[in-house]
Design a protein around this ligand. Sequence first.
Ligand code: TNX
Length: 626
Amino acid sequence: MMIVPLIMLMSHASSSANVVPLPQSIHWATGELRLSAPAEISTDPELEGLKSFLPPSLSQSYSQEGSVKVIVSLKTDGSLKGYRLEVTDDGIEIRGRDPESVFHGIQTLRQLEGEGGRFPFVRIADHPRFTWRGCHVDVARRFMPLPWLYKLIDELAKHKLNVLHLHLTDDQGWRLEIKQYPLLTEVGSKREDSQTNDAPDQFEGRPHEGYYTQKQMRELAVYASARFVTILPEIEMPGHSQAAIASYPELGNTGERVKVSTGWGIHHNILNVKDSTIQFYKNVLDEVIEVFPSKFIHVGGDEAPKKQWKESPEAQAKMRELGLKDEEELQSWFIRQMDAHLASRGRRLVGWDEILEGGLAPGATVMSWTGVHGGIAAAKAGHDVVMSPYSWAYLDQSQSDENRAQNWRTWGNLTLRRCYRWDPMPEGLTPEQQKHVLGAQAGIWTEALPSEKEVSYHLFPRLCALSEVFWLDPEKMNYEDFRRRLKVHLGRLKLPHHPLEKEDWPVLHTWSKGDFASGALAIDAASVVAKESILRLKFDYFDGDSGLTILGVELSDSQGLLADDPHAGFSGGRRREVFYTLRLLRAPVGKVTLVIKGRSEGGDPTFGDILYAVEPIKALAGSGRP
Ligand code: TNX
């Protein structure tokens, strides 16, 4: 008799516990709720609008044995941290601290549902680790069609992500209608061609264009906010502004007429510092504020080369007038104007971490992308930060070698497993400073991703992993369990996704800076190889100024050499021969050491994972062995 509940318990755990991101606490009970007639739904009045997000099955009829009249209730309860979800004999109850929390509970309920209106008995208590759980999309390099943005918002909501950061302007395009300055879109939203990613002198041979009207964006923002997603608009300044300067040459430093850029990278055409330009951008921000209700407004601030300011008599005169010591301070002054302006409108400024360089504007929130140092510095200075270091969070990198084979110009590697390993809370902050880390963000840049299909394919499923990184307390994270849940969860995605990689090897060692200073790295490998077997290794460069040149690997034990693979390989942005195979023809005895000979190019820091797999040695055909 005892066996029956046990089986049911296991079946719940395996078939129903596939929620992503995983709730903080789940208690399963035996049994399930089966719907027959449409459920009776009762809500607090302020939650009325959430009914439409409940699983559609709740309003259907089923003929099932043992079914009861199901009551579903949605309630707010200010004493809670997040939401509580209970499925019992009595029905389904979701209580949340506020409507957003109740909405999160509804998302969980949708993912708990079994076939045919069945919901497992369960008690869930859940809340997010971080309040800012974002996803950034570069719609400037590639105009992303509106229907795709709507679908993306649905996906964000499904994953309990709550910020969609749209990078609306750049050298290659201006994508938001600004009524006072119609040329920004008449001229700035079109470019003649686009560089391909394979070679700098190759072009696609077709124009690219597109922009969003204010009405369209207002509607999108309403749609998003009904799903508790805030759209964070970004208007870049003073760098990445060539499309604006192409539209209004008086914004530039040189007086030269420039075109909307057809090539990628960092451009010298930055905004000038005239009062009229400052006013122009304040006017632009005023329209942006009217469209997007977001408390935060992003003003870019990254990658603004100062060559033109150094050469401009006007910029130099401005620096003297303001008593500024260098062009970095001039950029800070620029950003401060926007900070004060946004503050006067009751909004808050966000910028990329370069806005720290000449001194941070008083109200600025920093989005840390070049690494974690910007976030740490800003939090220590008492500013809010959002962590989005490119090496952990930029999904335009390659997820796998399979993805690489598609010939996209992907400049780095970021596997699903590695995404899942990220802890956005940087080390070295006091508890007080940690409170300034509002959260974290995934990012996708679209130079190398010419269609929405490719963008989706790069976002998913890594965004699923990051949603869990942003939501779940770190001690509860478990990659193997996530991957198991993900197999079911992939079926819920409505946008194309990268397939799960065939090779998803665990990490033997993460190499960093000094590991190869002496020309070789020795790792204890006793725990991974205990008998005759094949040890495969893969070198997965991850970050740093240089790649790693590998000059061979050797495995030895107390009796001498066990196996070696002397070939040379390179693991960097572009890589060669990064797989190594070691055949152990006898079982190791005593201490087992793996020695990797290698060096980083030019001695620069390099970081990466050595991944491994152990396989049994298969009998050779015809060898006569069983
Ligand atoms: C850096 S991330 C940029 C972008 C590029 C991206 C990828 C950031 C704030 N700036 O302009 O698209 O690298 O190439």
